[in-house]
Write a protein that binds this ligand. Sequence first.
Ligand code: PLP
Length: 341
Amino acid sequence: MSMTLPDDAPSLADILAAQGRIAGVAVETPLAPAVALSRRLDADILFKLDLAQPTGAFKLRGAANAVAQLGAESRARGVVCASTGNHGRAVAHAAARLGVRAVVCLPEMATEVKVAAVAAEGADVRRVGRDQDAAQAEVDRLVAEEGLVEISPFDHADVIAGQGTMAVEMLRARPDLETIVTPLSGGGLASGIALAAKAMNPRIRIVGVSMARGPAMALSIAAGRVVDVVEEPTLADSLGGGLNRDNRYTLPICAALLDEIALVSEAEIYRGVRWLLREERLIVEGGASVGVAALLAGKAVARGPTAVVVCGRNAPPEQIAAILDGRPVRLGDEMIDGGEA
Ligand SMILES: *Cc1c(COP(=O)(O)O)cnc(C)c1O
């Protein structure tokens, strides 16, 4: 599909401006050698450890950039967002620092550990409907009826620019990077990374990794339009949900700039988390382990120095304990283990 970038897609200058704006809220994170994975795959692999953000996930970058740019009138109204948890926590955190009211709409599917974390940031939490689409409908209502200002989790220029700051840090630390492997859901993260990285090095290869269960971006790129997906329980809960119907930024940006998309199964995600826990000693949520999952499964290839984005640690403790022990994890009516499939 040929889709051109929207003219107001963030530029490298916008992303560098975001970097200045979010300093002091989000932190610069390490790009650390992935010792065990490099040995296993005989490759030069690094982990971008964005799980070290104060909210436990990279989404603080985009949220802090978006909240910082709200005018006085918007700040007075307050902000609202739909989220599987990490974006809501980030928006709540960034808003609280400026004394701005935040309302976060979370679906019933959101994990309890994330719901509690959003509430602990002082946000007004609304549990609404089964999935992200239902949560979004409540956001639309609050915008229309209460005048709150929406901060989309991915299809928002300031959010994309904030996420892009991660690529600036990576390429400054290792200008010789040839590949970046990143999780891909709504595509705010992958869009920001691709815009920044390709502006700094047009030859760099960007690989997006989604879960096979409802890969909204991959299906939408293939179709050339937004395709709805049914949201199912997954180990990668932060990758749940579809693209917004009136998508303006992330679909055309990902269609134009991603070199490859890999899809990983639940068993592969299980093995990715298990590898990070046991071999690398990192506590990582399912959604943030898909890059490692794809490399271990041979669905993505580390060509040249390769950075793998490991960007969230807000996993349910019982899920971490089960995977560490090699026990199956319950998802609804289903048990997931690291066996084939
Ligand atoms: C939100 C999130 C993603 C996906 O980011 P998108 O911008 O929606 O593609 C991946 N990993 C984690 C941990 C997340 O919180």
